[in-house]
Write a protein that binds this ligand. Structure first.
Ligand code: PXG
Length: 460
């Protein structure tokens, strides 16, 4: 083995101890224990190494979060300096600290001007938990306490805690642990799977109109907000038709329902814009953020509020009985600040928009445009989905599309590339610092994995 590190222990030793102590995410733990998880031990740029010395091109930025890639010394230095100076303090007790103030100054310089305030959290799930209470509190302050219901979307993902998973529309999650009161769902705008004979534009409008129907059914006087990801991430990297967001925005404004964008995946340059709602051209009232805020180096999220909401809460709200021990954690804030500075000052977001994003999509269209297994290529910036299809003419999907996609992901690992599978779609979201050469490798290895899958599916 020619490793750029010294593994401390044997892989099997790590695996045995892992099985003895951990319940992993979204997996049959017994089956995983029998197989043994890969043990990731090092990261540099876009690459990861496991304990066997195998190298992977990480086409998913970890979990859609390592915008700057792995091993950035400026982020390490920012964390170390902040730990030396003030490792912890909080925003209770009438106190604050420079790291969080400087982070917010920079954050709001990057956001459109109609946002002003943020409540920091440790994760995206927490951001959405905070969202529910903040939105309800806002309507209380405005004298409309009955406006409590949140509308989300089927197959949306807003996190794994109880209220966040209730906002989301993953039914199998609801079945494990239950829902919370005052949450309702409408359909997702997934034209390829559900659009039938409608054009994408017609289907997008139809999906948006479901929101209006749902608001009328529940009573606008009872509805607090509509939460959605600008594009669905965990649900399959699904872009809504262009007609969708303008109509959703119109409906929210018309019925005085807050429009809450979950930017946990879409934020911080993924689409080539700083935030995904800017790419789709709508103006949410709140933004849930996390992941790319720190490039995943430390846990941090937040709920961003419009000036209008913040003004009501600050000027008329009195005490908001809410707070987290680690809200605005100085070390996470220092890392987030260094991360945002790098994304801005190194022109990384602009590069995604003008160079690497268009390059990736040109490549994908060249390689997969006529591929027998691929019915649609979606995405923008450093974000892409490949839709598996059995019959392109009718958009008929494979009955076992989930298994095929999982198999494709496994082939990817074998080829040394990490891509994500969901419900018959393969997803790529590499670090935003990816070079053209790395994108060549990503697409090349993905093609091998997709070809191998096409052979199993009888398409090659
Ligand atoms: N909102 C969105 C849109 C997300 O994608 C969360 C909230 C929750 O964030 P935390 O930090 O609590 O995990 C997420 C998380 C995947 C995958 O495989 C996606 C997420 C998390 C883990 C795996 O696509 N998204």
């Amino acid at each position: 083995m020619n490793l750029p590190f010294e593994p401390q222990r044997q892989t099997q030793d790590y695996q045995a101890s892992d099985a003895a102590h951990h319940i992993h995410a979204f997996v049959d733990q017994k089956a995983l224990n029998a197989e043994g998880p890969r043990v990731m031990v090092r990261g540099e740029g876009l690459y990861l190494w496991d304990s066997e010395g195998k190298r992977y091109l990480d086409g998913m930025s970890g979990l859609w979060c390592t915008q700057l890639g792995y091993g950035r010394k400026d982020l390490t230095a920012a964390a170390a300096a902040q730990m030396d100076q003030l490792a912890y303090y909080n925003m209770f007790f009438h106190t604050t600290h420079p790291a969080v103030i400087e982070l917010s100054e920079l954050l709001f310089s990057l956001l459109p001007g109609h946002y002003s305030h943020v409540i920091y959290t440790n994760s995206g799930s927490e951001a959405n938990e905070v969202l529910i209470r903040t939105v309800r509190r806002y309507w209380q302050v405005l004298g409309k306490p009955q406006k409590k219901i949140m509308i989300g979307r089927w197959n949306g993902y807003h996190g794994s805690t109880l209220a966040a998973s209730a906002l989301g529309g993953m039914k199998f999650m609801h079945e494990m642990g239950g829902l919370i009161p005052d949450v309702s769902h409408i359909d997702e705008p997934y034209w390829y799977a559900q659009g039938g004979d409608l054009t994408p534009a017609e289907f997008g409008r139809r999906c948006a109109l479901q929101l209006e129907e749902k608001i009328l059914e529940l009573g606008a006087q009872n509805v607090a907000g509509f939460i959605a990801e600008p594009f669905q991430g965990a649900g399959g990297m699904i872009f809504p038709p262009e007609s969708y967001w303008p109509e959703v925005q119109r409906i929210c404004r018309q019925y005085d329902v807050l429009l809450c964008a979950d930017e946990v995946i879409g934020g911080f340059g993924r689409t080539g814009e700083w935030f995904a709602h800017q790419y789709f051209g709508f103006e949410p009232d709140t933004l849930s953020i996390a992941k790319g805020l720190t490039s995943g180096y430390l846990p941090m999220g937040g709920l961003v509020l419009s000036k209008r909401m913040a003004e009501a809460l600050v000027e008329r709200g009195g005490v908001f009985a809410h707070g987290l021990t680690y809200s605005g954690h100085p070390v996470a804030a220092a890392v987030a600040l260094a991360n945002l500075k790098a994304l801005r000052d190194e022109g990384i977001v602009r590069q995604v928009k003008d160079d690497t994003g268009p390059y990736l999509h040109k490549l994908l269209h060249e390689v997969f445009g006529n591929h027998p297994l691929i019915g649609e290529i979606q995405g923008t910036g450093l974000l892409a989905a490949l839709q598996f299809v059995e019959d392109k003419g009718t958009r008929k999907r494979f009955a076992n599309e989930n298994d095929l996609a999982w198999q494709c992901r496994t082939f990817g690992f074998e080829e040394g590339v990490i891509i994500r599978s969901t419900l018959g779609r393969m997803i790529m979201a590499p670090a935003l610092v990816a070079s053209r050469v790395e994108l060549d490798e990503l697409v090349d290895k993905t093609r091998i994995a997709v070809d191998r899958t096409a052979r199993i599916a009888g398409k090659l």
